[in-house]
Design a protein around this ligand. Structure first.
Ligand code: ADP
Ligand code: NI
Length: 217
């Protein structure tokens, strides 16, 4: 099958599968990550087919909605790509990216790394910061019925993977526990540059937030 064909088929498959998913991980998230990945990938030594397929498939099954099972997404992606007759080497690479790219696996030593993984990881991380990242964080917090902010509950920078998953802290804490740390985890130069801008936007946002909270703005 032509590369363009398999990308189009994958796009349709993902759109269809994510039709009813919540808005943090819906098709629009995938579309933004896919665009980011194509933009970042053009300056990196990558196989763009692998980058595009991994960007499209990376959230096909969020473990949060499958009792924490992190193997469902890679299995679904493998089944789909096999059904399309994709190259074995391509399939393996895409699966490895999916298994190794989340911030959560950033707690463990990565068992796999490639320029393609680095591009898709940057693309996904960019969607967690800046204006979109702020919107997604408060959306997620609302979905989980969390407070916006509580000055009496400080951020916890030393949570392990389980504590992070179980945390019920206010959404503002998530900025310190994850979002403001992402800029320094970017892999590519293009990703870093975009992250810097989105990062300073979040810093300005927080300044304004506290000023308003304290009746100073
Ligand atoms: P990923 O994009 O890597 O799949 P997650 O599934 O962890 O990331 O999160 C999806 C979105 O929800 C991200 O924008 C993330 O910042 C946000 N989010 C995750 N955990 C929290 C939290 N505890 N509080 C607020 N937002 C969160
Ligand atoms: Ni994602």
């Amino acid at each position: 099958m032509q590369e363009q064909d398999i990308i189009e088929k994958t796009e349709l498959f993902v759109r269809d599968t994510l039709q009813h998913s919540e808005s943090g991980h819906n098709w629009f998230h995938i579309e933004r990550v896919w665009k980011n990945a194509k933009h970042i990938g053009q300056y990196e030594p990558v196989d763009m087919l692998v980058v595009e397929l991994a960007a499209l498939l990376h959230d096909i099954a969020d473990s949060k909605f499958y009792n924490g099972d992190e193997t469902i997404g890679p299995k679904m992606a493998r089944n789909f790509l096999e059904s399309q007759g994709a190259d074995t080497a391509i399939i393996e690479h895409v699966i490895h990216i999916m298994e190794n790219m989340s911030f959560r696996s950033g707690y463990d030593t990565p068992s796999f790394i490639s320029p393609e993984l680095q591009v898709v990881q940057d693309a996904d991380r960019l969607d967690a910061i800046g204006a979109i990242g702020i919107a997604r964080a408060f959306h997620y917090g609302g979905y989980k019925n969390r407070e916006i902010y509580d000055p009496g509950i400080p951020p916890d920078l030393h949570m392990d993977k389980e504590a992070y998953k179980k945390s019920t802290a206010p959404t503002i804490n998530h900025f310190y526990e994850k979002l403001l740390l992402l800029k320094d985890k970017m892999n590519t130069n293009t990703g870093k540059k975009i992250a810097e801008e989105r990062h300073s936007f979040m810093e300005k946002y927080l300044q304004q937030f506290y000023a308003e909270w304290n009746g100073e703005a």
